[in-house]
Design a protein around this ligand. Structure first.
Ligand SMILES: Nc1ncnc2c1ncn2[C@@H]1O[C@H](COP(=O)(O)OP(=O)(O)O)[C@@H](O)[C@H]1O
Ligand SMILES: Nc1ccn([C@H]2C[C@H](O)[C@@H](COP(=O)(O)OP(=O)(O)O)O2)c(=O)n1
Length: 236
């Protein structure tokens, strides 16, 4: 497999993280969870007393946290100022604040630059997943995939992750998810949006294994096309 850049976007619960990790592992590519980076900066704002509803306070602090992402798909990591943040970034408090923080342009500029430098440094290729990868972060990606699924399926998947501990209940989970999608799609700076040249895959009726198989096939085709184009250039 040549060094392909794969962009996977879509709303919450469509299977981006699970699919991206599995595809990257199978094809020997690196993996970057950009949502974890936005969660990490949000967690830093909350723990450092920055009022997350004050966009100018968030903007003023946006350059301060040092965010470090490990890109091994078998063991991805996220650290803030040298501390492992993989647990704290998944709390309800962070989930409730992340859309607000990630809508601030200064936050996006900083995190986008970080994402581009990680992708540029991934010599063997990388799968990058998020909301604006195909449209803004890596518009020149070799293959762009946009995952979708019905709100019911997405809420039930999220609820299932909590293994009976979904105290809020399925309908509240669905409501929170729809609210976050609306905030992420409605923001001014690089909103959640399918790139015009992205392949849309509706995962509602598919198992995770089927989605992975479909994406592996699409990436394989893109890699072959890239290798062919390169060979054509060399023979000219
Ligand atoms: N096609 C699928 N069918 C059923 N469950 C799935 C499917 N894809 C992902 N899941 C499950 O749904 C949950 C959310 O998936 P995740 O990959 O975290 O989505 P996202 O990154 O888009 O928010 C996980 O528990 C995952 O195992
Ligand atoms: N490229 C990205 C990735 C995530 N975000 C923001 C918007 C999302 O609601 C949050 C959290 O993303 P994450 O992928 O962890 O969300 P899930 O709960 O896994 O669906 O970060 C973003 O604005 N741009």
């Amino acid at each position: 497999m040549s060094a392909v850049i794969v962009a996977i976007d879509g709303p919450s619960g469509t299977g981006k993280s699970s699919t991206s990790k599995a595809v990257a592992s199978e094809l020997g590519l690196s993996y970057l969870d950009t949502g974890a980076q936005y969660r990490a900066i949000t967690w830093w704002m909350l723990t450092n007393g920055v009022p997350v509803d004050d966009a100018s306070a968030v903007a003023a602090a946006a350059a301060r946290p040092v965010i470090d992402s490990g890109t091994d798909p078998a063991a991805p990591t996220i650290a803030v100022d040298g501390t492992d943040a993989s647990g704290p970034i998944r709390t309800q408090e962070v989930t409730a604040a992340v859309s607000q923080v990630s809508a601030v342009p200064e936050v996006r500029t900083r995190i986008t630059a970080l994402q581009r430098s990680i992708a540029a440094g991934a010599a063997g290729g990388i799968v990058v997943e998020g909301r604006d990868i195909g449209t803004t972060v890596l518009p020149g990606a070799d293959i762009k995939i946009f995952l979708t699924a019905s709100p019911e399926a997405r809420a039930s998947r999220r609820s299932g992750e909590l293994k009976g501990k979904d105290a809020a209940g399925l309908s509240a989970t669905q409501e929170a998810l729809i609210k976050r999608d609306a905030a992420d799609s409605g923001r001014k700076t690089s909103p959640l949006k399918k790139a015009d040249d992205a392949v849309e895959v509706d995962t509602t009726q598919l198992t995770l294994e089927q989605v992975v198989e479909c994406v592996v096939t699409l990436v394989g085709k893109a890699a072959a096309a890239k290798a062919e184009a390169k060979a054509g250039q060399i023979s000219k």
